[in-house]
Ligand binder design. Structure first.
Ligand code: HEC
Length: 117
């Protein structure tokens, strides 16, 4: 009897753990395309970037190809769009645009969107 109670408690804990695993895995896969594109627009990213054409900045497809298979891709791009590193456009140095939100989930969504083009 005693061991049965212990067992069902164990299963309860186990299913709680697995439930949150599933949620994390699902989040890693899903991109809210509409939200990503809206944020890119309001942040003026679209002035210099498009999905498949090079403008002043590289296309998202080129960026996705550049970072394909790199474990630090998400971290690198998150830093790029949140810290405003110095870049050169036609030889002129300027600060890269910073994304216009502080919401980490929205920033991550945009980064995953770019990397999955
Ligand atoms: C004024 C033009 C301009 C705007 C606006 C701009 N970018 Fe860029 N972006 C560039 C240029 C130029 C580069 C290439 C920099 C380099 O390779 O040195 C670049 C590079 C990038 C890269 C690739 C970084 C890498 O490590 O390869 C990403 C991703 C990116 N931009 C995303 C964004 C996002 C998201 C926004 C909006 C928040 C944005 N950019 C706004 C010009 C711009």
């Amino acid at each position: 009897m005693r061991s049965n109670v212990g067992m069902s408690r164990y299963l309860q804990v186990l299913s709680a753990v697995c439930f949150s695993c599933g949620v994390v895995a699902a989040q890693a896969q899903t991109v809210d395309v509409a939200a990503a594109e809206a944020l890119a627009k309001t942040s003026n990213c679209t002035k210099c970037h498009s999905v498949d054409k090079k403008k002043d900045g590289p296309s998202y497809k080129d960026t996705a190809a550049k970072y394909k298979g790199k474990a630090d891709a998400e971290a690198t791009l998150t830093k790029h769009i949140t810290t405003g590193p110095k870049i050169k456009i036609d030889g002129v140095e300027e600060q890269h645009q910073i994304v216009k939100t502080k919401d980490p989930a929205a920033i991550k969504n945009l980064v995953v969107y770019i990397l999955s083009r």
